[in-house]
Design a protein around this ligand. Sequence first.
Ligand code: NAP
Length: 280
Amino acid sequence: MPAQILDGKLIAQQMRLKLRVARDGLGPCPIRLVSVEVGQNPAAAVYVRNQQRAATEVGIEMEVRNLPVTTTEAQLVATIAELSGRADVAGILVQRPLPPGIDPRTVQSAIDPAKDVEGMHPANMGAILYREPSLPPCTAAAAQQLILATGRDLRGTETVVVGHSEIVGKPIAILLLHRLSTVTVCHIGTKHLIEHTRRADIVVVAVGKAGLVHGDMLKPGACVIDVGINQGADGRIVGDVDFASCREVAGFLTPVPGGVGPVTVAMLLRNTLRAAGATV
Ligand code: NAP
């Protein structure tokens, strides 16, 4: 039987309805999310538009600040410090990629941790080791949300995370560890990826290589979360997972596009409302 598709668009839409209720509970005062971008990046422009549309639906004002490509790290840090100090700004988001010469870690560290709606400040990243933080990294939180949407109790499951990046691989591994899944993290140094993925009940792939995981690498019935975003040979957006072959073996599978991406945006808005004081 082909895998059940985990419809990220639908899950995100349901989340936005709940977020709207939480936002309205905060009263008429504007909730402002400021997005800072250095230079013009056509790929980022698509994300920003999607984020703005979703923010409007939830009742969050998303202000977009485009800084010139010549902006230095010190100037960007100064802008972030100014935004961090403003009482009318609930959340701050820094669009990536940043131009060469600007260290994303330095920039992220400049955000007030209480306004770090991407959950990437070292204080929020560190807090994840204790428990699930109130501002978790959005993509990792989205991957977890999609896994939970299967209704499966994660305790005792085997999870394999492919990719060990700071923004996705490492945090999702820890989030699932908190839920008592037995987690293995695979990366560029892993010798036989297939030996790990074949015994996993849950596979999260966050690498950025189209077709890295095929159906023959999966345990039948596995839940497969494809975080990857790649440009396919024909120009279309594809994930890291070979959708056709995985669909025949997996129990649950996220599509790309329409899987992790929309839920990531919903998580960004959830974090913004939490930063503004909502319990959601
Ligand atoms: P990243 O920082 O480049 O990390 C990729 C990871 O994959 C690294 O840990 C890398 O290891 C590992 N890796 C590389 N080749 C591998 C291989 N053959 N086998 C196993 N692991 C391998 O990327 P990222 O930011 O985590 O993003 C990963 C993908 O997710 C990208 O396609 C990105 O566009 C996408 N993404 C999607 C969303 C969303 O909202 N849907 C959000 C963020 C990212 P080394 O570092 O050791 O080389």
